[in-house]
Design a protein around this ligand. Structure first.
Ligand SMILES: [Zn+2]
Ligand SMILES: [Zn+2]
Length: 237
């Protein structure tokens, strides 16, 4: 199993990550990725960059050698309607938008409320990835989430950091197993993301590969394996 794409990475601009843009690019090249996405936390996350950071991507190269570099964002879902802290105007400047629930940006509600928040975000036409829907702190109805993702043509993220026992999110592996089982049932697409906050983690999917191989998850449902699938999660598709 070999991922060609990692769209969930952070740099120092996110405020609690420790590598630069260049360091992430070099790490992605070393790992043999074809596409690297940088997805800094959107402005509601304490300590992250301000909106203006996302407005000057024109100065960055689209390719470094053979590696394509995409400019994304990890938006915060901040209410149970699924609204995100990224304006339409800003969405139009980005290659892709991940939407995630974070405890510092929204207080968890009931299963029905959290599920409505995630499905509401999926209905935002710019959101094509739901980040780490695997946290006991935000219990979700996986049957509904997986069906809605399929209907809205949104990919659910398999977040490698969630499989790390040191992760701030809870119950990652248990929830991911449940999620993946339903993704197989409904043929819902997933995207693997490292959620790296340090360059050595970029493109490193150790625990993810182990789990996917163990359960024999169908490769055709994984966006990262085939560059032709990439447009599924990009803003225009
Ligand atoms: Zn996140
Ligand atoms: Zn992240």
């Amino acid at each position: 199993m070999k991922a060609l794409v990692d769209l969930h990475t952070h740099t120092v601009a996110s405020g609690h990550a420790y590598s630069t843009w260049n360091e992430n690019v070099k790490a992605a090249q070393k790992k043999g990725l074809k596409v690297l996405g940088i997805s800094e936390h959107a402005p509601m996350m304490p300590g992250t960059c301000k909106e203006i950071y996302f407005s000057n991507f024109k100065v960055l190269p689209e390719y470094v050698g053979e590696l394509r570099v995409l400019n994304g964002i990890e938006a915060n879902i901040y209410d149970f309607h699924g609204n995100i802290d990224v304006s339409e105007e800003l969405c139009l400047k980005l290659d892709y938008i991940i939407a995630s629930l974070h405890t510092v940006c929204i207080e968890s509600g009931s299963v029905a409320q959290n599920t409505a928040a995630v499905i509401g975000a999926m209905r935002n036409p710019y959101v094509k990835i739901i980040g780490h829907p695997d946290d006991d702190q935000f219990p979700l109805d996986y049957e509904e989430i997986v069906q809605a993702a399929k209907a809205e043509k949104v990919a659910l993220e398999l977040n490698d950091s969630s499989l790390n026992p040191l992760c701030a999110r809870k119950g990652g592996e248990k929830n991911i197993r449940k999620l993946l089982e339903k993704c197989v049932d409904h043929k819902t697409k997933i995207i693997m993301g490292t959620d790296s906050h340090y360059c050595d983690e970029v493109g490193r999917f150790r625990d993810t590969y182990k789990l996917l191989e163990e359960i024999k998850f169908p490769e055709k449902l994984i966006i990262n394996m085939d560059l032709q699938q990439l447009p599924y999660v990009l803003r225009k598709h």
